[in-house]
Design a protein around this ligand. Structure first.
Ligand code: NAG
Ligand code: NAG
Ligand code: NAG
Ligand code: NAG
Ligand code: NAG
Ligand code: NAG
Ligand code: NAG
Ligand code: NAG
Ligand code: NAG
Ligand code: NAG
Ligand code: NAG
Length: 868
């Protein structure tokens, strides 16, 4: 064996040298000092094996370009390296998407002074750009987008006079843009989107007369768009959405006749849209949604105009428009759809929340482009006349995405029955009664359907068996569905999300849901009247399961152990009778576990929940003591830092299908992001735990809320809890705790809610603002608490009568209810939020609209929504 190996190596070696001798000159092109500079650079970065490239569509890993960087090979032939063939100097480094991780020191590059192209985009590099970057005076293209770089852009950037492309999007850069950027007179492309830049946009940018693309979206820029932008007459895309810009519509940019994409969305612009937008005759995409623009949506030529008697900014639109987004401004008066009739290429039109009084008849919008693919009329009055009409030219023939959320619709629009291209329909938050029409399941392209928050009572039975609906996302929460969950849903074999929460379904959870087990990722049946046991199938794709607030009985099915992707399990408020599911600790991804208000009982033996971030086992019959080292294996609650990165990586790239849903849940995102990034919580209240509070609780440094109330804990409050520096809420009331409140707790500066009442505590209450501003009742019914902090907390009560005490207590109890139900609220007391949660954190890792070019559609479900 050994001999063969040696022989082969020898052969290989020989062949290698042979080729070396005859194919390329014996001397390396690469300069030794260039090679060592590259090695220096390589040394600082780790390769993340098993990371996936952004450049390929398939699931293959890598490439790990720097792996080929080895001694004894010519560095000019290394992956990602290009040299000048005459001088042997390295001129290009392209390590885009090479699975690199680590701190990048820009002065490592100083010895590579002849670099013209540096592309480090799509890695996980961090650190700052030092002012030494100014020495790389030959740079033509600098792209470090989609990393974790931070800090400010150094003033010395202005020295890179050859720079054509500067791409810093998708990092954590902050501060103002240095005015020296105006010296980069050869710049054609400047992309700073998706960072934390602030301050005003420098006027000097108006000097960059060769600029073709300027992408500043998703920062915190304030003030007006400089009038100097009027000189950027080569500009084809100007994207400044999602900032805090203000002022009137920047009329200087009406000078930019090459402009094809203009986005001002999500800012605070005011005034009217100018009548001469038409001078932007090449404009194809025009986005101004979510500003404070006023005016009317009709032309001064249309008869409606004189009726409206309103001369505030009537609207004329350039005729090449393909995408138009005007929603959520303050347009008044009736909408005249004829102002869009000359837009023959229009593909998408977003008119949500116009704040007009117009009632839009969906069946009569005949003036829109025949090629219209996406229409958003949410938040306006919309109705559909379902009479068989003899309109020769029915509207919306090619529609793919339709959003009719919040439109006061009372009847399902029959017009959609024949819209074969329809992929995305949101008709939530309306007043539609009766049955969900069966023809929806025969639409050949429909993959997303949102019917939530209507008054549907049942599902019309389809005439045919064996549906082949491609539906993947089905939201049916907050309706009036009654009876059993129809077996029809089990025939929707492509379902990934099924949400039937907050309805009146009864009976048991149908066994046939097992048919969905290979795709189903999120199942939400909370707030119904379901009885019987939980489904036992091996749902191996399941990521979240929420059956809270039903009447389910029996044990947690052990088959859940096979759901290795499970991240969220919520069975709160049922009658599940089981011992503590220690076996769930084998689920490596479990992040949220809610067993609240069931009939769980017995001891909770020591387990290690590595990823667990929120646990609520309150109001059961758990008992016994918790050993001092009980929480030792709960690593996620000790440090969310590492976990954050992992989940980002996990969702990166493979969840594009969720995109449009993300947009829909806008209102929830912020909160949800916060939960995942910041929140760890633990609620053990309302059980029969005894013995001491385990010292190891102090390891859970990320805890935001800690609730041990209503048990029989004895002994002292561990002073190590002073280490829980993230704590905002602490409740140990209604126990048998003795000794003093540890003075260390006085240093917890975020602790805004606490309750020590109904124990046997003695001694001085810790000082510090947090304690002094508590309600007096937080310390009530103890054996001997005293001190200035307590006096201050209780100073407002001047010997109240017993009655006053009681009303006060009752009121405070209500407030406490609010405080304490926050876990439930956070993860989905409100229907739909549980999904918002899952979806929300996909968003965390998702690149929002402002990342990258607006023209680059999503790789998979390439839908117009992405550019909204
Ligand atoms: C490359 O080889 C030189 C000497 O031949 C050695 O000093 C250096 O450490 C080697 N570098 C690496 C990265 O192996
Ligand atoms: C770097 O390489 C990638 C392909 O690996 C390519 O898409 C990209 O355009 C290159 N960057 C530059 C600046 O040439
Ligand atoms: C800008 O680029 C041109 C070539 O397109 C070059 O001749 C000129 O020197 C560059 N200007 C500066 C200031 O580097
Ligand atoms: C500069 O950016 C533009 C637009 O992304 C691209 O087409 C061009 O190839 C880039 N040039 C260089 C030298 O990277
Ligand atoms: C650049 O812009 C600034 C501010 O607009 C101006 O004062 C300066 O003269 C301009 N420089 C050049 C070279 O055009
Ligand atoms: C409009 O562009 C021309 C050059 O095309 C320039 O001379 C003029 O100053 C610009 N107007 C404004 C308002 O910037
Ligand atoms: C801008 O428009 C002019 C003429 O309309 C044209 O010559 C020029 O190439 C355009 N620039 C770009 C970047 O498209
Ligand atoms: C566009 O109209 C505004 C007034 O609304 C005017 O000030 C501006 O000069 C006009 N611009 C062009 C290019 O016509
Ligand atoms: C809608 O219009 C009313 C007046 O008709 C106004 O009071 C309200 O602020 C507007 N709402 C928005 C969101 O602009
Ligand atoms: C639907 O349910 C809601 C809340 O449960 C109720 O207020 C409403 O009256 C019901 N509507 C119908 C049509 O049954
Ligand atoms: C708090 O944590 C530190 C380490 O982070 C440890 O050294 C110290 O003993 C802890 N303090 C208490 C009171 O447990």
């Amino acid at each position: 064996m050994n001999t063969i190996h040696t022989t082969l190596s020898f052969l290989f070696f020989f062949t290698f040298n042979f080729l070396d001798v005859f194919a390329v000159p014996n001397t390396h092109l690469c300069h030794p000092e260039q090679r060592s500079a590259l090695f220096e650079f390589k040394k600082e970065l780790e390769i993340k094996f098993s990371c996936k490239s952004y450049l390929t569509d398939d699931d293959s890993v890598g490439p790990y370009k720097t792996e080929s960087w080895k001694n004894n090979t010519d560095c000019c032939y290394w992956d990602g390296i290009t040299c000048n063939p005459r001088t042997g100097k390295v001129t290009e480094i392209n390590l885009s998407s090479s699975c690199l991780y680590g701190r990048f020191h820009s002065n490592t590059l100083q010895n590579l002074a002849f670099l013209t192209i540096l592309d480090l985009s799509y890695n996980e590099l961090y650190g700052q750009i030092g002012s030494s970057v100014g020495e790389l005076s030959h740079l033509i293209s600098l792209d470090i987008s989609y990393n974790q770089f931070s800090g400010q852009i150094p003033f010395s950037i202005g020295k890179l006079s050859n720079l054509n492309n500067l791409t810093l999007s998708g990092n954590k850069f902050s501060g103002q843009i240095p005015s020296s950027i105006g010296k980069l007179s050869n710049l054609t492309y400047l992309a700073l989107s998706g960072n934390q830049f602030s301050g005003q946009i420098p006027y000097s940018i108006g000097n960059l007369s060769r600029l073709v693309g300027l992408h500043f979206s998703g920062n915190s820029f304030v003030g007006e768009i400089p009038f100097t932008f009027g000189r950027l007459n080569q500009l084809t895309s100007l994207l400044v959405g999602y900032n805090k810009l203000s002022g009137n519509f920047p009329i200087a940019i009406l000078n930019l006749t090459n402009l094809s994409f203009l986005s001002l969305s999500y800012n605070q612009f005011t005034g009217t849209l100018p009548p001469n937008i038409t001078s932007l005759s090449n404009l194809e995409y025009f986005h101004v949604r979510n500003n404070d623009f006023v005016g009317t949506l009709h032309s001064s030529l249309s008869p409606i105009s004189s009726l409206a008697n309103n001369h505030l900014g009537t609207l004329l639109l350039p005729s090449k428009l393909r995408g138009l987004s005007l929603g959520s401004n303050n347009f008044r008066g009736p909408v005249d759809f004829n102002i869009f009739s000359h837009l023959k290429s229009l593909q998408y039109l977003y008119l949500s929340y116009l704040n007009t009084t117009t009632k839009i008849d969906l069946t009569a919008i005949s003036s829109l482009s025949k090629s219209l693919e996406a229409l958003d009329l949410s938040g306006n009055h919309v109705f559909a006349t379902n009479k068989k009409s003899s309109v020769s030219d029915p509207p919306l023939q090619l529609i793919i995405e339709l959003s009719l959320r919040d439109c006061g619709i009372t009847e399902f629009p029959e017009i959609l029955r024949t819209r074969q291209n329809l992929e995305y329909l949101d008709i939530s938050n309306n007043k539609i009664k009766g049955q969900v029409p069966a023809w929806l399941w025969t639409l050949p392209s429909l993959y997303n359907l949102d019917l939530s928050n209507n008054n549907f009572i049942s599902f019309e039975r389809p005439a045919i068996h064996g549906l082949s609906s491609p539906l993947q996302y089905f939201f049916g929460s907050k309706n009036n569905f009654t009876g059993n969950i129809p077996s029809l849903v089990c025939e929707l074999r492509s379902l990934i999300i099924l949400d039937l929460s907050v309805n009146d379904f009864n009976g048991s959870i149908p066994h046939c849901l097992e048919n969905l087990k290979s795709n189903l990722s999120d199942l939400n049946l909370r707030h119904n009247h379901l009885s019987g046991g939980l489904p036992k199938g091996a749902f191996n794709s399941l990521r979240s399961l929420d059956v809270g607030h039903n009447q389910l009985v029996g044990k947690l099915p052990r088959s859940l152990m096979n759901c290795s992707s499970l991240e969220v399990l919520n069975v709160e408020s049922n009658r599940i009778n089981d011992v503590f599911p220690l076996w769930l600790s084998s689920l490596q991804n479990l992040q949220i576990l809610i067993l609240r208000s069931n009939e769980f009982h017995g001891q909770i033996h020591q387990a290690s929940f590595r990823k667990l971030q929120i646990i609520d086992i309150s109001y059961n019959q758990f008992s016994g003591t918790l050993p001092p080292d009980y929480f030792v294996g709960w690593s996620s609650m000790s440090s969310l830092g590492t976990n954050k990165d992992q989940s980002t990586e996990k969702y990166m790239g493979d969840q594009f299908d969720y995109y449009s849903i993300v947009l829909k849940n806008k209102g929830l995102e912020i909160e949800i992001v916060r939960i995942l990034k910041v929140l760890a919580a633990l609620d053990f209240s309302g059980n029969r735990f005894e013995g001491e509070i385990p010292d190891s609780i102090s390891l859970l440094k990320e805890l935001y809320s800690l609730i041990f109330s209503n048990n029989a804990f004895t002994g002292h409050i561990p002073s190590s809890m002073g280490n829980l520096t993230s704590l905002e809420s602490l409740d140990v009331s209604q126990n048998k705790l003795s000794g003093e409140i540890p003075q260390e707790l006085g240093t917890l500066s975020f602790l805004s809610y606490m309750n020590f009442s109904h124990n046997q505590l003695v001694g001085p209450v810790p000082g510090g603002t947090q304690f002094r501003t508590q309600r007096c009742s937080s310390f009530a019914n103890n054996s001997g608490l005293f001190g200035p902090a307590l006096d201050e907390a209780c100073s407002n009560i001047h010997t109240p009568s017993q009655e006053q005490y009681e009303t006060r207590d009752a009121k405070e109890n209500e407030e406490e209810e609010e405080v304490f139900s926050w876990i439930a609220a956070a993860i989905g007391f409100g229907p739909g939020i549980a999904f918002g949660f899952t979806i929300g954190y996909i968003l965390v890792s998702h690149k929002p609209e402002w990342f990258g070019s607006p023209f680059a559609r999503n790789k998979r479900k390439s839908r117009i929504t992405a550019t909204r």
